[in-house]
Design a binder for this molecule. Structure first.
Ligand code: DGL
Length: 278
């Protein structure tokens, strides 16, 4: 652990947030980062609100304890189920000088640029879909846009188990796409509202009509973080700028390092963190 350094914390339930971190690190390589994957308890998608909130808060507090003034929840499920409560009920009282940002708002803010027919499909975990966070956020920015949602509970397990490139994955990719498109035949933009899903893009594209825009969040979140740091010099000035990247997992670091290479460009060397006894 690099002591007395302040890093941007990036959190996901597992590997998915690495797709976002990859774009962030490419766009903003100068900052120090700590990535935390809660692999021991992934996937979060089917857990209850209380469980997701508790797990996410533990991870955020661990990142705070490492000195992160800013944490990005690079996970839609955590953003949908825990972000608002942490921002409203925890930060002002316990950590008034820290910030936590999610991935839903930056995505909702720009979705209107990608649909002509004003019909958007959102694909995510059950937790994200049931929270209706995308319906609410997109409605705030683009009340004229219709949103149809599809939960895809098999996609994260396929990706976490490195089965997403194999023919076995075709069945579930097609099933959820067909189910979504049957809900509204005007859909001309699909939001991949889970940070794991960029790994399925090649398969999804094979099965999708070419006139449908596919929106993954990696670059969207990186752009929005760059803008946030520009507009918040009080946070930006606290972050160390040595380009250090550290990786932590609540799971097995050897397994993490092997699987992480699927999600991240560079070699990853992680350390284990015991969140439960922290
Ligand atoms: N990658 C996460 C998301 O964006 C969640 C996956 C999960 O743990 O179910 O929703």
């Amino acid at each position: 652990m690099v002591k007395n350094k302040q890093s941007i914390g990036v959190f996901d339930s597992g590997y998915g947030g690495l797709t976002v971190f990859k774009s962030i690190a490419r766009k903003l390589p100068q900052y120090n980062y700590i990535y935390l994957g809660d692999n021991a308890r992934t996937p979060y998608g089917d857990h209850s609100f209380e469980t997701i909130y508790q797990y996410t808060l533990e991870c955020v507090e661990w990142l705070f304890a490492q000195g992160c003034p800013l944490v990005i929840l690079a996970c839609n499920t955590a953003s949908a189920k825990a972000l608002r409560s942490i921002q409203q009920n925890i930060l002002p009282f316990k950590y008034p000088d820290r910030r936590v940002l999610g991935v839903i708002r930056p995505t909702a803010e720009i979705v209107g640029n990608y649909t002509h027919k004003k019909s958007v499909g959102v694909m995510g975990t059950r937790g994200t879909v049931n929270s209706e966070s995308y319906l609410m956020e997109i409605n705030k920015f683009f009340p004229e846009i219709k949103v149809a949602q599809q939960s895809c509970p098999m996609w994260v397990p396929l990706i976490e188990n490195d089965e997403h490139r194999n023919p076995g994955a075709d069945y579930f990719v097609k099933k959820y796409l067909d189910e979504l498109l049957a809900k509204d035949d005007e859909i001309d933009c699909i939001v991949l509202a889970c940070t794991h899903y960029p790994l399925l893009v090649p398969k999804i594209k094979e099965m999708l009509p070419p006139d449908i825009n596919l929106l993954a969040q990696d670059d969207i979140v990186a752009d929005s973080l760059a803008l946030y740091l520009e507009n918040h010099p009080e946070i930006e000035s606290r972050i160390s700028k040595e380009g250090h990247q550290q990786f932590f997992t609540s799971g097995d670091p050897r397994v993490f390092d092997i699987n992480a290479s699927t999600f991240f460009d560079n070699e990853v060397v992680s350390s284990r963190v015991d969140l439960i006894h922290h």
